[in-house]
Design a protein around this ligand. Structure first.
Ligand code: PLP
Length: 331
């Protein structure tokens, strides 16, 4: 479902009195906060030092950084491929009383997987049963490549425990720094106070730019182009991985998002591989910082969003050579 069609009866997203921009595509939704700032504000509101935050592991590294400032206890909910280990979450909700569960349900960063409808419903049930907020980071939700999923918030019509975060960064331009939070009125009012204390209000200039763009262009047409573009990049990357990578390595098959998550043999660390890869002219991201709790060394993240298709293929070919060398040196 695209944001423009997202029905949230009790949508409240006003960040500071916005005098200028009205975002034409979604009536009562007005963009006032970047997704990154939203994560920071929510943690500031809900979490005090030593209190628990439940979050996927691995997860979006800058969410970990934003939450860390509150000095919380992180409780990791593991994944098995595209599935979240919801028994982990159930256990944590019962035993650790987290202040919220942070999830990237669509185009999970770093793996690119989207949760099934069944898993989404289970998350809503668990949140309701334990009266715990879920911070649902939906920044990739509008650019899913294949089957589309409804945002978590759209299932939450009773308890209002989902705090949904979105932005134009991935579907239009990260430089705009315009996004939104959808949550119940009580939460939004408190977030507004924190945001005002931080920066009074989001830049009107970028909102005007966005507003003009939306008046003159079809966002749906643009999103359709984005989907084709990123789907094409994803396919080239998956094809190259299949052709060049050794059998000891496995990788995610993204449904959305900009990156692939690669599991290396235990003996190869992402940090060490980075040096070899840079030597071969390829940029990779070591995976360790993506783990909020128990750290694992043998993962890397590859981004395919910003490269030409021949660069993706060549980068993966070179990386495969570097990995094969490491494997044969280790044995
Ligand atoms: C999962 C996730 N959430 C939030 C953000 C930040 O979004 P924004 O640029 O709108 O602040 C990113 C950016 O990479 C992301 O991957």
């Amino acid at each position: 479902m695209s944001i423009s069609r997202m029905k949230v009866a009790h949508t409240i997203v006003l960040f500071t009195a916005c005098s200028v921009a009205s975002i034409a595509w979604a009536g009562d939704v007005k963009g006032k906060v970047t997704a990154q700032q939203a994560l920071s504000l929510i943690a500031k509101l809900l979490v005090r030092p030593t209190e628990a935050i439940a979050l996927e592991t691995p997860t979006y590294v800058a969410a970990i950084q934003a939450f860390e400032l509150q000095e919380p206890r992180f409780c990791g909910v593991g994944r098995s491929g595209s599935e979240l280990l919801l028994d982990n979450l159930k256990y944590l909700l019962r035993r650790q009383s987290p202040k919220f569960f942070y999830s990237v349900p669509t185009g999970h960063n770093p793996s690119g997987y989207s949760l099934s409808e069944e898993q989404r419903l289970q998350i809503i049930d668990l949140a309701t049963e334990h009266e715990t907020y879920v911070v649902s980071d939906e920044v990739y939700s509008d650019i899913e490549f294949g089957e589309t999923h409804r945002p978590l918030k759209s299932y939450d019509d009773i308890e209002d425990l989902i705090i949904s975060v979105g932005s134009f960064s991935k579907m239009l331009s990260p430089g705009l720094r315009v996004g939104w939070i959808v949550a119940k009125e009580e939460i939004i009012q408190k977030l507004v106070q924190i945001k005002q204390a931080m920066d009074l209000q989001a830049s009107s200039l970028t909102q005007v730019v966005l507003s003009l763009y939306l008046k003159e262009h079809s966002l749906d047409d643009h999103i359709a182009k984005c989907k084709d573009f990123y789907r094409g990049r994803r396919d080239v990357a998956l094809d190259a991985l299949e052709r060049y990578f050794p059998s000891e390595v496995s990788w995610s098959k993204p449904d959305a998002g900009f990156s692939l998550w690669i599991e290396l043999p235990e003996s190869i660390s992402g940090d060490v591989l980075l040096k070899d890869a840079v030597g071969a002219g390829v940029a990779i991201e070591p995976g360790e910082p993506f783990f909020p709790t128990e750290k694992h060394q043998n993962f890397i993240r590859l981004s395919y969003s910003n490269l030409e298709t021949d660069q993706i293929e060549e980068g993966i070919r070179r990386l495969a050579t570097v990995i094969k060398d490491r494997i044969s040196n280790a044995s």
